[in-house]
Design a protein around this ligand. Structure first.
Ligand SMILES: C[S@@+](CC[C@H](N)C(=O)[O-])C[C@H]1O[C@@H](n2cnc3c(N)ncnc32)[C@H](O)[C@@H]1O
Length: 210
């Protein structure tokens, strides 16, 4: 994470989407799907929603979904995918540099899937705001990489934190919360280039007590 200005961070992600990245798969993230399937439908907030893979799927399941991302290109594509899926009325996509502004409201499910950036991102601050945005009885789901994907930008040696360290690094006040899941399971994944791989994710799932 650098000392980049908000403009540079926005420009970085605009360029990433405009210069060829097309993360739309039409499928939700498998971990999000697994958790959401056990919940009653309600309101959800997707932080760093990208082109809406998970948000559009949730809306198709009956959720009312707010998606936030720094990239207007990603958001336009997400809105287009929602329209194609016939769920525009159950989705709202808004531009936020989450280090600077955060969507208003309380949500039954707030999730951040790989909300990571090589540019400046006040991640712990954003995730604390994410916790504040969880309604009574609601779920906060945070998923990060715990292995280097074979198709990642950089193939580098990274020492990933243990799940408890990852949770501690956010600095949440966990009074009034239950831990539904904290771990780093492996799963099989097919990459954008069609390659199959075993990957590992840190999953933090916290439930606000009713
Ligand atoms: C690694 S991608 C993950 C996208 C998606 N959540 C997924 O699981 O595929 C990170 C996303 O966060 C967005 N992002 C990066 N920095 C951000 C910031 N400061 N505020 C809001 N979104 C940001 C990027 O535009 C990108 O869509």
């Amino acid at each position: 994470m650098g000392n980049d200005t908000p403009n540079e961070a926005r420009q970085f992600w605009e360029d990433w989407y405009q210069k060829g990245a097309k993360p739309w798969t039409g499928r939700p993230n498998a971990i999000l799907k697994q958790f959401a399937e056990s919940l009653p439908t309600g309101t959800a907030l997707d932080l760093g929603c990208s082109e809406g893979n998970s948000a559009v799927w949730l809306a198709q399941q009956g959720w009312q979904v707010t998606g936030a991302d720094i990239s207007s290109t990603a958001l336009e594509r997400a809105a287009g995918h929602a329209a194609d899926a016939g769920v525009s009325e159950r989705t709202h996509f808004g531009q936020h540099d989450l280090s600077q502004s955060f969507p208003a409201g309380q949500f039954d499910l707030v999730y951040a899937l790989y909300l990571e950036s090589p540019m400046h991102l006040s991640r712990a601050q954003v995730l604390k705001q994410a916790a504040d945005a969880v309604a009574s009885g609601g779920l906060l789901l945070i998923v990060t990489h715990a292995s280097v994907l074979p198709w990642a930008w950089k193939q580098e040696e990274i020492v990933f934190p243990e799940p408890q360290e990852a949770l501690d690094s956010i600095g949440l006040n966990l009074d009034g919360w239950n831990t539904d899941f904290l771990g780093a399971p492996e799963r099989e994944l097919t990459g954008p280039d069609g390659r199959a791989a075993t990957v590992k994710d840190i999953i933090i799932a916290l439930r606000r007590q009713p």
